[in-house]
Design a binder for this molecule. Structure first.
Ligand SMILES: NC(=O)c1ccc[n+]([C@@H]2O[C@H](COP(=O)([O-])OP(=O)(O)OC[C@H]3O[C@@H](n4cnc5c(N)ncnc54)[C@H](OP(=O)(O)O)[C@@H]3O)[C@@H](O)[C@H]2O)c1
Length: 250
């Protein structure tokens, strides 16, 4: 039986990915801070789901979680670096330093350190797949995207650089870059619980659903071992690029 480790398993994409991987026959370790949510998922999914308390911004918590996995002699075949968040939509000149620090700690430092702790055993086994959850925000700038988008650009480049370091091994790395997705807590967190603003954002938009991202993860993991899917960019049909902004009479 293959083992997957999914970070950010208590909600949204992570939860849907755990459900899908268990259905596909994986043993899944799901990490997040909210243990009550993980325990509910454990009740739903049964013995093939293991809830693991994890705060990726807390080095001690991260070390403890990885140690627990090693002590249980579980070799991770698939790591899904999904834990992440955006905080605020203000322009850079009005944004909060605290929000920036938390996004960097979670989306950059947390993701990098989890990878750093899991990777050596994958290389030793000469097998394994890392799927990072980036974002289209790492490629396309938008007002208010500032540090969030930059953190996802890190995820994109980190994924490519990992591939360079892993040359000569069978360890694979993919970056999934989703666009607008509804049905997760992402915008509730970003807009600090302002449900009116959240509803306005998704009003009359047929957005990506968490199950779509779970399907994508599953498809990547099913590819033959001689293939590496470097990246996948996914948008809902309802979302597309617009012209660059031009300010007149500046
Ligand atoms: N939804 C979108 O439109 C969208 C689009 C592109 C990319 N993404 C990316 O997709 C990923 C998942 O987002 P989502 O939409 O599923 O959001 P979500 O529903 O808010 O889920 C985020 C998950 O990350 C976990 N998390 C946050 N901080 C953490 C920490 N310090 N330590 C451990 N876990 C932490 C949360 O768990 P706890 O709070 O319990 O710790 C939660 O399980 C993120 O990386 C996000 O940037 C989302």
């Amino acid at each position: 039986m293959k083992t997957a480790f999914v970070t950010g398993a208590s909600a949204g994409f992570g939860q849907a990915i755990c459900r899908r991987l268990v259905a596909e026959g994986y043993r899944v370790i799901g990490g997040a801070r909210r243990m009550d949510k993980l325990q509910r998922l454990e009740q739903e999914l049964g013995e093939n789901f293991i809830a693991l308390e994890l705060d990726v911004t807390d080095k001690a918590s991260l070390e403890r979680a990885v140690e627990q996995i090693h002590e249980a002699s579980l070799a991770i075949d698939l790591l899904v670096n999904n834990a992440g968040l955006a905080l605020g939509i203000e322009r850079a000149q009005h944004s909060s330093a605290q929000n920036w620090e938390r996004m960097i700690a979670t989306n950059i430092t947390g993701l990098a350190l989890i990878t750093q702790r899991v990777l050596p055993r994958m290389v030793e086994a000469n097998s394994g797949l890392i799927i990072n959850i980036g974002s289209i925000a790492g490629t396309y700038p938008y007002p208010g995207g500032n540090v969030y988008g930059a953190s996802k650009a890190f995820v994109k480049q980190f994924s490519l650089n990992l591939r360079a370091d892993l040359a000569g091994t069978r360890v694979r790395v993919t970056n999934i870059e989703p666009g607008l997705c509804s049905g997760t807590d992402f915008s509730v967190v970003r807009l600090n619980g302002d449900m009116e603003a959240v509803q306005a954002l998704y009003k009359d938009v047929d957005a990506i659903r968490p199950e779509d991202i779970a399907n994508t993860v599953c498809w990547i993991a099913q590819q033959p071992e001689h293939l590496n899917i470097n990246s996948i960019e996914i948008m809902p049909v309802a979302q597309s690029s617009a012209a660059l902004n031009v300010v007149r009479n500046l």
